[in-house]
Write a protein that binds this ligand. Sequence first.
Ligand SMILES: Nc1ncnc2c1ncn2[C@@H]1O[C@H](COP(=O)(O)OP(=O)(O)OP(=O)(O)O)[C@@H](O)[C@H]1O
Ligand SMILES: Nc1nc2c(c(=O)[nH]1)N=C(CO)CN2
Length: 333
Amino acid sequence: MDSIRLTGVRAEAAHGVLDFEHVEKQPFIVDATMFLDLSEAGRTDDLTDTVNYGQIANRIVNVIEGEHVDLIERLAAKIADSILLSYRVQRVIVTVHKPNAPIKVPFDDVSVTIERARDDEPTPASLAAARNTERPVSLSAADTDRHDPQSRSTIAGDHGGIHKAVVAMGGNIGDVQQVLRAAVVAIDGVPGNQITGISPLYRTAAWGMEPGTPDFLNAVVEVTTTLDADTLLNALQTIEAAHGRSREVHWGSRPLDLDIIDFDGRVSDDPHLTLPHPRAWQRSFVLAPWADLDPNAVLPGEHGGRVADLLERSADRDSVERLSDTWILGGTA
Ligand SMILES: Nc1ncnc2c1ncn2[C@@H]1O[C@H](COP(=O)(O)OP(=O)(O)OP(=O)(O)O)[C@@H](O)[C@H]1O
Ligand SMILES: Nc1nc2c(c(=O)[nH]1)N=C(CO)CN2
C-alpha cells in the first residue's frame, strides 16, 4: 500500500518512570509511516484526497507536549491513535526515540516501534468514518464523481457548498488547555473543515452544575466546512470520544465538550441537533469568547441578537475571565 513517511518530529517534554523525569524535559523524536491509498491525490492534486502531513506533525507534537506518561510505549500508542483520527490512514507505524534516556552506559538511542491498524481495534474515529459511507467529502459541489462511494474511508458531505459554523469548546478535567489545542487541530484535520478563527481562552465558573464543580476552560472557533451540520456534529462527537474514552468522568464534568453554536444562521428544534445551540444565548462562557472573536457576531433565533449585547445582559458575565489570546501557540502568557 502507498505510504507517507514523516521522520524526526521533535519536541521536549517530561516523560519517564524516574522521579526527575516527571519534572525535567528531555527530547522525544518521532517517526511515523502512514499507509493510505494515494492514487486519488496522485490524480487530482487535491490536498483533501490525502492527509496533510503538517497537521499530522502538529498532532504528534501536541501528544508529546501533552499529559505525562511513564513509558514511550504509551506515548507511541497515543500518537498512533491521534494519527488514526485521520480516517484515510489505514495503518500506521510509529517509532518514538528517547535519545537522552537515563541509561548508565554509553548508548546512541533507545526507541520503541509499534504498528496499529484501523481494523485491529476500531477507534471512535474509524467507527464514525465507517458508519458514514454514503457520500464522500469534497470541496466543491461539482466534483461528486471523484471518490469511490464504496470506500469505507469516507465521511459523508452534503455537496451543498461551503458552510460557516461556530463551535464552542470546553472542558474541566485533565490538561484542558492541551486537549483544547488538540481539538482545534483535530477539527481542522477533518476533511472538508478549515478553522478560520480561534477565540481567546477563558476560565469560567461551571454553569448550571453542582457547587464545587471545577472551573472550565472555554473557547470558540469558527469553521468553514463542506460537511452538512449532522456530519459536522458526528465528527465533533468523534473527537470528544477520542479525548474522553479512557477517563473516569464524574457527572457533569468532562475532558472535552464540543457544541455547534451556529451553522449558517440556521434555526432548528431537532433535538439531535438544535440550532442555534438552545442555551448559548445565556452562557457567558460561549458569548464572551465569541464576541472577542467576532465583535459583530449575531446569534440567530428566538433568543438571538448581537452576541456582544447578549453578553452585556447575561447574568453570569462576571464569572468568566479571559486568560490568554495566544493559548493556541502553547502558552497562556
Ligand atoms: N447544537 C448542538 N451541539 C451539540 N450537540 C447538540 C446540539 N443540539 C443538540 N445536541 C445533542 O445534545 C446531545 C448531548 O450533547 P452534550 O453531551 O454535548 O450535552 P451537554 O454538553 O451535557 O449539554 P449542553 O448541550 O447544555 O452543553 C448530543 O448527543 C447532541 O445530539
Ligand atoms: N463554565 C462552563 N460551564 C458549563 C460548560 C462549560 O463548557 N463551561 N458546559 C456545560 C455543558 O456543556 C455546562 N456548564
